[in-house]
Design a binder for this molecule. Structure first.
Ligand SMILES: Cc1cc2nc3c(=O)[nH]c(=O)nc-3n(C[C@H](O)[C@H](O)[C@H](O)COP(=O)(O)OP(=O)(O)OC[C@H]3O[C@@H](n4cnc5c(N)ncnc54)[C@H](O)[C@@H]3O)c2cc1C
Length: 283
């Protein structure tokens, strides 16, 4: 039997990483390794070709806060982010992070690895989408920032060039005073069953100033409905019964016509969720 050997690079600085990636564009970035290896059932795991292990790079683990945003290095683990950011992380985001289970996985899994999973939009994606998070992508000799909604194209394909690395994630502080996040099932293992929802709203003196909602089916897509959102923005609370019913109906209609595929279980959960958020928001 032919044996296949992997070469493992172990850079200790960002510059070294970019130069290795430039010379070996096909080498796979290994951050926490949970996404790369978590589903392997073999006794002796098979490595995904040449690997660049990035856990020694201190620059990629930094977490800093300014007045306007929280900036997280792609190599920071989910549990460290929860720990360091406990007083500043937006509620919906920390809720979504805590729902990555078991907690031992959160010690290894990194934010960068979570967002770069090519085939899944996992727990944190819908929240970050609504929060207008921006991402820093670096390659040897260049840097670009993109909004998270452009990180995947309409077919759900990741927009990282061969020699690029996700280095920083910038989360702007919004004015949300209602943040709701719920997920059902494990999006990594139960792809046909898992579903996640996020709502962010800004309600001041009974007026809905902003309302955003996203649904993810754990496959390659997360959807948001600008049309539904604009239906609620500007409304004065409490709504009349007639208005509430009309809004609930519009949500159901939206769910029926979603472009992403939902199993009967996911559809049932989505409808329950919609009623739950409407009850929370529009009592
Ligand atoms: C037992 C178990 C339970 C889980 N439960 C949940 C759950 O409940 N909810 C949930 O949402 N998820 C869950 N997951 C999935 C988990 O969230 C992901 O595996 C994890 O976030 C990936 O992060 P990582 O650092 O381990 O990434 P890696 O496995 O290191 O990398 C993942 C992918 O991203 C690429 N990559 C990594 N970092 C970068 C970078 N900086 N730049 C460019 N590309 C990069 C890698 O090449 C790879 O393709 C679970 C996983 C396991 C193993």
């Amino acid at each position: 039997m032919q044996e296949i050997y992997s070469h493992i690079f172990y850079p200790s600085s960002l510059n070294e990483l970019l130069s290795i990636k430039n010379q070996n564009p096909d080498a796979v970035i290994w951050s926490g390794g949970t996404g790369l290896m978590g589903k392997q059932k073999r006794k002796v795991p098979v490595l995904p070709g040449n690997i660049i292990q990035i856990s020694k790079i201190v620059e990629l683990k930094k977490i800093r806060r300014t007045e306007r945003f929280l900036e997280i290095g792609a190599g920071a683990s989910i549990n460290r982010i929860l720990n360091v950011g406990q007083h500043v992380l937006p509620n919906a985001l920390s809720q979504a992070m805590r729902l990555i289970k078991p907690s031992t996985v959160r010690n290894m899994a990194t934010l960068g690895g979570h967002l770069c999973m090519p085939d899944f939009r996992l727990n944190l994606f819908s929240v970050m989408l609504l929060m207008d998070v921006s991402l820093e992508l670096k390659r040897s000799g260049g840097t670009r920032w993109i909004q998270i909604n452009r990180f995947f194209n309409k077919n759900g394909e990741i927009q990282l060039k061969n020699n690029e690395i996700l280095t920083r994630i910038r989360i702007p502080f919004g004015n949300w005073n209602k943040e709701l996040y719920k997920s059902d099932g494990n999006p990594f293992f139960d792809t046909g069953k898992a579903i996640s929802f996020c709502v962010l709203a800004d309600i001041q003196k009974g007026i809905i100033n902003d309302y955003r909602m996203a649904i993810g089916n754990s496959g390659k897509h997360t959807v948001r409905s600008i049309e539904l959102e604009s239906l609620l923005i500007g409304k004065k609370l409490p709504l009349s019964l007639k208005e509430s019913l009309a809004i609930a109906e519009k949500h159901e209609e939206w769910l029926k016509n979603l472009t992403i595929e939902l199993s009967p279980f996911q559809r049932d959960r989505s409808i329950r969720f919609v009623y739950w958020i409407l009850k929370e928001l529009l009592p």
